[in-house]
Write a protein that binds this ligand. Structure first.
Ligand SMILES: NC(=O)c1ccc[n+]([C@@H]2O[C@H](COP(=O)([O-])OP(=O)(O)OC[C@H]3O[C@@H](n4cnc5c(N)ncnc54)[C@H](O)[C@@H]3O)[C@@H](O)[C@H]2O)c1
Ligand SMILES: [Zn+2]
Ligand SMILES: [Zn+2]
Length: 347
């Protein structure tokens, strides 16, 4: 089969690889129908995720159709259409029993990381019964690719941890796919104001179409002044960090109002300053989280019932045989106005 293979920092190829086969009774082999590229894949390609070794097939998102199941798989059979979660969960370990699937001692984020991933014709999914979801009839499968990773991430790490409430004021720093996923799902709770902050005017325009009440280009405007004017000098109730650099986390510390919650989503590589001299009396809460995809069943229902439409997150479409071009386009997000790309298996 053909697959997108990582060959160490800066190197990748679209090449022939053996088709995966069942290794454990709980495995399923899924034929990929649609997959996508994540910002994390770009981090891997830069060498930022050293546990990913040369020879790994990338990708942790997608929808597909069951090709084969191991003897212990009971909930899926050949021909079933499935949503693949970016998080593999055994369903039995201590963390799985708490709903913290991302910390599953037998799984977690392994796809396209520690085992071969979804940017290929076929993928092996361990613990298929607890790591795949049936696709409800009539739901657009392209839209569901956004449920493998980005919508649960924006919702769980940003909106749920940030406890967005009706009438509240929310600031989201970073209008990439994850920040926009937080923006879409924050609206389940009818916040009064959602202020999106980014450096990229195109993404801020998209954010307005997605329901942002205010947008701020932090390169061109004074963010703190504008947020204080929107919130009657109080600051926001929820600040969602969806970039992953010290400056944006520290910005959240400035924007948060008394009793507020800073919900960190970004993956950080450097330490950020904690300004307790400003925050000690503000009754704030800071949360961090690795996405569990525990909200996937709920999000599936919101998409099926058309309460949530992930389609506007998709800006480009490619065939699997064009995946190198898809990486080019995804890697030049500002120039190409890219959010998420859909890659369809045409092989
Ligand atoms: N916690 C989790 O489980 C989890 C899961 C997936 C992704 N993530 C992380 O979420 C973050 C966002 O992901 P994404 O795919 O949307 O990334 P992205 O790179 O597409 O988007 C980041 C956005 O931040 C903006 N930005 C950069 N510097 C800025 C600054 N100084 N001020 C304001 N905006 C700035 C960029 O213009 C861009 O639009 C990343 O750090 C990613 O690794 C976390
Ligand atoms: Zn991802
Ligand atoms: Zn587990």
């Amino acid at each position: 089969m053909k697959a997108l293979v990582y060959h160490g920092p800066g190197h990748k190829g679209f090449e022939e690889r053996p088709r995966p086969s069942i290794q454990q009774p709980a495995d399923a082999i899924v034929k990929i129908l649609k997959t996508t590229i994540c910002g994390t894949d770009l981090h891997i390609l830069k060498g930022d995720v050293p546990e990913v070794t040369a020879g790994r097939i990338l990708g942790h998102e997608g929808v597909g159709v069951i090709e084969e199941t191991g003897s212990a798989v009971t909930d899926f059979k050949k021909g079933d259409h499935v949503l693949i979660s970016c998080i593999t969960s055994c369903g039995r370990c201590e963390y799985c029993r708490k709903g913290m699937y991302s910390h599953c001692v037998n799984g977690g984020w392994v796809l396209g990381h520690l085992i071969d991933g979804t940017q290929a014709e076929y993928v092996r999914i361990p613990y298929a019964d607890t790591s795949l979801y049936h696709i409800p009839a009539g739901v657009n499968e392209e839209a569901l690719v956004m449920l493998s990773d980005i919508l649960p991430t924006g919702y769980e790490c940003g909106v749920l941890n940030g406890k967005v409430q009706p009438g509240s004021a929310v600031a989201i720093v970073g209008a990439g796919p994850i920040g926009l996923a937080s923006l879409l799902t924050a609206q389940f709770y009818s916040p009064a104001a959602v202020i999106m902050i980014d450096l990229d005017n195109n993404r801020l325009e998209v954010a307005k179409k997605f329901g942002a009440t205010h947008t701020i280009n932090s390169k061109q405007e004074n963010v703190l002044e504008k947020v204080l004017s929107v919130t009657g000098n109080r600051g926001v109730d929820t600040a969602i960090e969806a970039v992953g650099i010290p400056a944006t986390f520290e910005l959240c510390e400035k924007l948060i109002g008394p009793g507020g919650r800073i919900a960190n989503v970004g993956v950080h590589g450097k330490s950020a300053a904690l300004h307790l001299e400003d925050l000690w009396a503000k009754n704030i809460t800071i949360t961090t989280r690795l996405v569990d995809t525990a909200s996937t069943p709920l999000l599936l229902k919101t998409v099926a019932s058309k309460k949530l439409d992930p389609m506007p997150l998709i800006t480009h479409r490619f065939r699997l045989t064009e995946i190198l071009q898809a990486y080019e386009t995804f890697g030049q997000a500002e120039k190409e106005k890219t959010l998420k790309v859909i890659i369809s298996n045409d092989l």
